[in-house]
Design a protein around this ligand. Structure first.
Ligand code: SAM
Length: 230
């Protein structure tokens, strides 16, 4: 999978994308991440990419010119058909099902905003899907891009050491994950449930499923609502 990121702050990505699973996925050729600085497409020598909003109001708005030019340049960097995502708090909320959907793509282009956001013509004039990572306002789309990349890449075949760990994760079957324990068997008086030490795999699987259901009912009853995706 090729992932292009259009951003005004490429340096923000360095630490996250260069460690752990995402780094390994790049080293092993599962993904290629290419950063392009929108500011390189500014029309003037001041590298100006934002301006005051028409009609007045606070803050600055990202101008359409540099974003369109940057996008058109990035599109041509690969022949692969791309799915383009505009990061905006006004988009559909990202979730595990969307991560799974994106993990099937050969190429993603993520456009991160800044300031007061995008000139509306970026939204209406580029063929993009608008995605939000939650009902709150970040200072920029960089963290949102990293969240989407992180959640999507771990679902690629070969990205995780053990393929089963993504299968058992919360949300993958519509439920929260069951409680997990590791050594020691007793920690400050708190004991690992006997069933997990029994060696009876069928009973352990039943216990885990039951725990998942109970935990979901208690913490996230909305996940069990059959109307939730309608
Ligand atoms: N004024 C805009 C609004 O109310 O919709 C918010 C602009 S925000 C300060 C700047 C940029 O951060 C946005 O253009 C977007 O790229 C990114 N951003 C902020 N919150 C986000 C969220 N919840 N999900 C995805 N991107 C977000």
């Amino acid at each position: 999978m090729r992932i292009d990121i259009l951003t005004l702050f490429p340096e923000v990505f360095a630490s996250h994308l260069n460690c752990s699973i995402i780094k390994r996925a790049q080293d092993e050729g599962l993904i290629q991440i290419v950063m392009t600085d929108i500011r390189d497409f500014a029309a003037d020598s001041y590298r100006k990419v934002d301006d005051k909003p028409y009609g007045g109001g606070p803050g600055m708005v990202m101008m359409p010119g540099p974003v369109f030019d940057c996008f058109e340049h990035v599109l041509k960097l690969s022949q692969e058909k791309a799915r383009t995502i505009l990061l905006t708090p006004q988009g559909k909320t990202f979730n595990q099902a969307k991560a799974l959907e994106l993990s099937a793509e050969k190429r993603l282009i993520l456009i991160a905003g800044k300031y007061e956001g995008f000139d509306e013509r970026i939204r209406t004039g580029l063929d993009t899907e608008q995605i939000s990572i939650g009902d709150y306002i970040l200072n920029g789309g960089e963290l949102a891009a990293m969240v989407i990349i992180d959640a999507t890449v771990r679902l690629l075949s070969g990205a995780l050491g053990d393929e089963d760990s993504a299968r058992d994760d919360s949300f993958s079957d519509g439920l929260l994950e069951y409680p997990q324990y590791t050594r020691p068997e007793v920690f400050r008086g708190m004991k690992v449930p006997d069933i997990l030490l029994s060696g009876n795999h069928k009973k352990i699987a039943e216990w885990r499923k039951q725990q998942s259901i109970e935990r979901t009912k208690k913490n996230r009853p909305d996940l069990l609502d059959p109307e939730k995706d309608k």
